[in-house]
Design a binder for this molecule. Structure first.
Ligand SMILES: *[C@@H]1O[C@H](CO)[C@@H](O)[C@H](O)[C@H]1NC(C)=O
Ligand SMILES: *[C@@H]1O[C@H](CO)[C@@H](O)[C@H](O)[C@H]1NC(C)=O
Ligand SMILES: *[C@@H]1O[C@H](CO)[C@@H](O)[C@H](O)[C@H]1NC(C)=O
Ligand SMILES: *[C@@H]1O[C@H](CO)[C@@H](O)[C@H](O)[C@H]1NC(C)=O
Ligand SMILES: *[C@@H]1O[C@H](CO)[C@@H](O)[C@H](O)[C@H]1NC(C)=O
Length: 714
C-alpha cells in the first residue's frame, strides 16, 4: 500500500510540477492538465486496486448473484443512492424505472433520492413506495437540467454510511452490496468509481418492487446472461457512471466543484481526478466488482430534462441544442472558468484526435497524442509517455483562438459553438417563460452586479416564480448567466463600458445602464407581453404579480421613492423606476415611448424622465397623493403603498435588528436595497440582514438543507 500511495503521489507531483514549468504564454489550457493527470492517476488507481489486500479482492471478485444473499447482509451499512432522472415518460421512463427497482431490490437498507421538479418523477416515487424520495430543492437550469455540484452538495448532507451517485439508467447487480460492505470496513475514508457495461437489451427484469430478478419467463435466475462472459474489454472504461464514498470526515477533494450540469459530461471524471490528486481518500476503480449495465438508450440524446421544451426548430444540428451545449461545452467552459479563478499557472484543453485523447501545446504547435489502450496497460509497459506528436494542423481543421481568454477552442473537433449562447431568441424565451397572463418579470443586469442577480434569481426560484427573464448588458454577464442556468438574452444595443464596479447610482455609467432598461421594457411590451421590471437589488418576500396584474391596462404601477414617513408619495421625482409593472397595451406603450424619448435627450438617469413625463415637471399631472395622469397618452401612474413595497429609506427598515421579521410582519412584498451608495455597502447590508440567497464561492443557491455560508459571499 505504501508503494502504491507513493506512486500516486509521484504522479500528482509530476502533474503539479508539469504545470509550473510551462511557459506562461502557453497558459489558460487547464482542463488539459486535469485530463492528462486524470488519466494517469486513474490508471495508477486501477493499479492500486490490483494491490488491495487479497481477501478484499477475493470477496469483491466473487459477486453473489443470488439476491437473497445480499439482503441477508442486513447488518451492513446504510446506503443512500442519489440520481437525477429525466421525466418518467416513454421508454426513458421505463428504463429508469427498471434501474431504480434494481437498486431497491439490492438491500432493505437502501434509500433512493431523485433530484427533480417534474410531476412524473413525483408520481413514480409515490408508486414505488417510501424508500424513494424526491428532492426538488437543488439548482436546476431554467430548462430543468439539474446542476451536478448542487446534487453532490445535497448528497453530502446524507446521514447514511455510504453515499452513491449514479446515472439514472444504470441497472445494478447484487454484487454491489458485498463490495460496498467490504469497502465500508476499510480503515480509511474512500471513494470508489465504476464504469458500466453497455447493453442494448436485458434478458431479465425485476418483479414489482425489484426484489427479485426475473427472466422473461418469470423464473428466478442466478446469473444474468449479460455477465456470463464478462470481460474488461466490454466495458467502456472512460465512462464513469457510478461514484460511491463513505460518509467520513474527510472531504472528497480540495477546492470547489465547478457548476457542471448533470448529464453526459466530465463531472464524475473530475471528482475522481481531483480526489486522486488531493490525496485525502483512498480512491479506487471498482468496475470489476460492481456489475452494472447501462441501458443503451435509443432516445437518450436530445431528450431534455424538461420534456415540454423542444429544441428550437431553427436548430439544424444536434450540437445546437441546449442539452449538448449544456453537457459538453459548458462543462469545458466551467472547467476553464474554474481554473481561471483558482489561478493555476497553466491551463490545457483536451481534444479528441484520431479517436484518442490529445493535449495541445499551442506555443509549440504540437498535439500530444495519448492512446487509451496504452494507458490502461500502463503497469505492463513501464513509465508514461506520449504515443506520438503531431502538428496541430494535422489534427484540426478549424482552430479558433478566443483572444480575450487566450483559449484555443477546437471548434471542429469538439463540434461546439465558438461562444456560449442559448439557442433561443427573445420571442422564443418570452413564449417559454411568460405566465398565463402573458406577464414576464424582467431583470436587467451588468457584470458588476452578478452576485446580486444570482441572489435575486435564487429568491425567485424559492418563491417558485419561473416567469422571469434576464437581460444581459454585457458579454460577461451573459456567459455567466448561461453557465448558471438562467433564461437570459443579450440586448443588442447595450451601451459600452458598463461593467466597472463604479457603475452605481449617480454615476454617468449608471445613467446609461438605466436608460437601457426602459428600452428593453418597451421592446417586450411591443411584443405583446406585460412586464414587471425589477432591479436585482430588490428582495422579494412574496409574489407581487397577482396584486399588480389586477390594476389592468393603461396604468403604470410603480414603487414610490419617497423617504418621508408621512405626506403624499407622488411628489416630484419620487417615482422609482427600479420596480414597476407595465401592462402591454397601446396607452402604456405610448406613455413609455415618451419616457424613452425624453431619457435619450436627458443628461440624467431615466428615473427623472419617468416622473417628468408621466407626472409632469413639478408634478402638475398629480392626482391625489398617490397617482398621476398623463393627459396626452391617457396613461395613469399608481404609486404603490410603501408599507407593502418599501424603498430603502422608508422607516429605516434596513437598520432594523431583524429586517426580515420586521418586513414579513408588515406584509411587505419586496424591499428595495437602494438609498445606499456603493456596491460593497449594498452587498454587505443585504448579506448581513440575511436577505441573501446565493453562495458565490460554491456557485449555487442557498438551499434549505444547506448551512448558510456568509463568510465568503463575493
Ligand atoms: C453502447 O454501444 C453502442 C454500440 O455498441 C454505442 O453506439 C453506444 O454509444 C454505446 N453507449 C454507451 C453509453 O457507451
Ligand atoms: C469605453 O472605454 C474605452 C476605453 O476605456 C474608451 O476609449 C471609450 O471611449 C469608452 N466608451 C464610452 C462610450 O464611454
Ligand atoms: C392573472 O390576472 C388575473 C386578473 O388580473 C389575476 O387575478 C391573476 O392572479 C393573475 N395571475 C397571476 C399568476 O399573476
Ligand atoms: C444637464 O442639462 C441641463 C440642461 O438640460 C444643464 O442645465 C445641466 O448643467 C446639465 N448637467 C450636466 C451635469 O451636464
Ligand atoms: C384619452 O381619453 C379621452 C377620453 O376618454 C379620449 O377622448 C382620447 O382620445 C384619449 N386619448 C388617447 C391618446 O387615447
Amino acid at each position: 500500500m505504501e508503494y502504491l500511495n507513493s506512486l500516486v503521489k509521484m504522479a500528482t507531483n509530476y502533474c503539479v510540477s508539469f504545470s509550473f514549468i510551462s511557459n506562461k504564454k502557453v497558459l489558460h489550457l487547464g482542463l488539459w492538465l486535469i485530463w492528462l493527470c486524470g488519466f494517469l492517476l486513474i490508471a495508477l488507481s486501477f493499479y492500486a486496486t490490483q494491490m488491495l489486500p487479497s481477501s478484499f479482492m477475493d470477496q469483491m471478485r466473487n459477486p453473489q448473484f443470488i439476491i437473497q444473499s445480499s439482503l441477508a447482509v442486513s447488518g451492513g451499512p446504510t446506503i443512500d443512492i442519489f440520481t437525477a432522472p429525466r421525466p418518467f415518460v416513454g421508454i426513458v421512463g421505463e428504463r429508469q424505472g427498471l434501474a431504480v427497482r434494481s437498486w431497491l431490490g439490492l438491500s432493505a437498507k437502501i434509500t433512493v433520492v431523485l433530484f427533480s421538479q417534474e410531476p412524473s418523477v413525483f408520481s413514480f416515487a409515490d408508486s414505488v413506495g417510501s424508500r424513494v424520495l424526491v428532492e426538488p430543492n437543488i439548482d436546476f437550469t431554467f430548462l430543468g437540467t439539474p446542476f451536478f455540484h448542487s446534487m453532490v452538495a445535497r448528497s453530502q448532507t446524507s446521514s447514511s454510511d455510504i453515499i452513491v451517485l449514479i446515472d439514472p439508467d444504470i441497472v445494478l447487480m447484487p454484487d454491489i452490496i458485498p463490495s460496498l460492505a467490504h469497502a465500508h470496513k476499510l480503515d480509511q475514508d474512500w471513494l470508489l468509481y465504476a464504469s458500466p457495461k453497455n447493453t442494448s437489451h436485458l434478458s431479465f427484469s425485476f418483479d414489482g418492487d425489484g426484489k427479485q430478478f426475473m427472466e422473461m419467463d418469470e423464473k428466478s435466475i442466478k446469473v444474468p446472461k449479460e455477465f456470463a462472459t464478462q470481460s474488461r474489454l466490454e466495458r467502456s472504461c472512460e465512462i464513469i457512471s457510478i461514484l460511491a464514498w463513505n460518509n467520513g470526515d474527510v472531504p472528497l477533494h480540495k477546492g470547489n466543484l465547478p457548476p457542471f450540469l448533470f448529464g453526459k459530461g466530465i463531472h464524475y471524471h473530475w471528482i475522481v481526478t481531483e480526489a486522486l490528486s488531493s490525496d485525502f481518500r483512498f480512491v479506487f476503480d471498482a468496475s470489476w466488482t460492481i456489475s452494472s449495465l447501462i441501458l443503451d438508450n435509443p432516445g437518450h440524446l436530445g431528450y431534455g430534462y424538461h420534456h415540454s421544451v423542444e429544441a428550437p426548430k431553427a436548430s439544424t444540428s444536434e450540437s445546437n441544442s441546449w442539452e449538448s451545449i449544456g453537457n459538453s461545452h459548458l462543462a469545458m467552459l466551467y472547467g476553464t472558468m474554474y481554473f481561471h479563478e483558482a489561478k493555476l499557472p497553466n491551463l490545457f484543453r483536451s481534444v479528441e484526435c484520431g479517436g484518442t485523447f490529445a493535449f495541445v501545446n499551442s506555443a509549440l504547435d504540437t498535439v500530444y497524442i495519448l492512446d487509451r489502450r496504452y494507458l490502461l496497460s500502463l503497469r505492463h509497459t513501464g513509465p508514461f509517455t506520449f504515443v506520438s506528436r503531431r502538428k496541430i494542423s494535422d489534427c484540426i481543421n478549424i482552430l479558433e483562438q478566443d483572444k480575450r481568454n487566450d483559449i484555443y477552442v477546437l471548434k471542429d473537433l469538439l463540434k461546439l459553438p465558438a461562444a456560449v449562447s442559448l439557442p433561443f431568441t427573445l420571442e422564443h424565451l418570452l413564449s417559454l417563460r411568460a405566465d398565463g397572463n402573458r406577464t414576464i418579470v424582467l431583470a436587467v443586469a451588468a457584470n458588476s452586479y452578478k452576485e446580486m442577480l444570482m441572489s435575486w434569481a435564487c429568491r425567485l426560484h424559492h418563491l417558485q416564480i419561473s416567469n422571469y427573464l434576464v437581460c444581459a448588458l454585457d458579454e460577461e454577464i451573459y456567459e455567466f448567466s448561461v453557465s448558471q442556468g438562467l433564461p437570459v438574452f443579450k440586448y443588442d444595443h447595450a451601451p459600452a463600458n458598463i461593467s466597472s464596479d463604479d457603475c452605481h447610482f449617480g454615476t454617468e455609467c449608471f445613467q446609461r445602464v438605466s436608460k437601457t432598461k426602459s428600452r428593453v421594457v418597451l421592446l417586450i411590451l411591443k411584443l405583446g407581453f406585460n412586464v414587471l421590471m425589477s432591479d436585482v437589488d430588490i428582495y422579494w418576500f412574496k409574489n407581487p404579480l397577482p396584486l399588480l396584474s389586477a390594476f389592468g391596462p393603461s396604468v403604470l404601477v410603480a414603487q414610490s421613492d419617497e423617504f418621508k414617513i408621512t405626506g403624499p408619495i407622488n411628489l416630484p421625482r419620487r417615482l422609482n423606476s427600479g420596480f414597476y409593472y407595465a401592462h402591454s397595451d397601446g396607452v402604456t406603450i405610448a406613455g413609455l415611448e415618451k419616457v424613452v424619448a425624453h431619457a435619450a435627450k436627458s443628461n440624467l438617469s431615466e428615473q427623472p424622465s419617468f416622473y417628468d413625463v408621466l407626472c409632469g415637471e413639478g408634478g402638475f399631472n398629480r392626482l391625489g397623493d398617490n397617482r398621476c395622469f398623463e393627459p396626452e397618452t391617457n396613461l395613469s401612474v399608481y404609486f404603490l403603498d410603501r408599507d407593502l413595497f418599501p424603498n430603502g429609506a422608508y422607516q429605516d427598515l434596513w437598520a432594523e435588528n431583524d429586517v426580515k421579521a420586521t418586513c414579513i410582519k408588515k406584509g411587505c412584498y419586496i424591499l428595495h436595497n437602494n438609498w445606499i451608495s456603493g456596491k460593497e455597502k449594498k452587498l454587505e447590508r443585504q448579506v448581513t440582514s440575511g436577505l441573501w440567497e446565493y453562495d458565490s464561492s460554491y456557485r449555487m443557491c442557498l438551499q434549505v438543507w444547506q448551512e448558510r455560508r456568509f463568510t465568503n459571499y463575493f
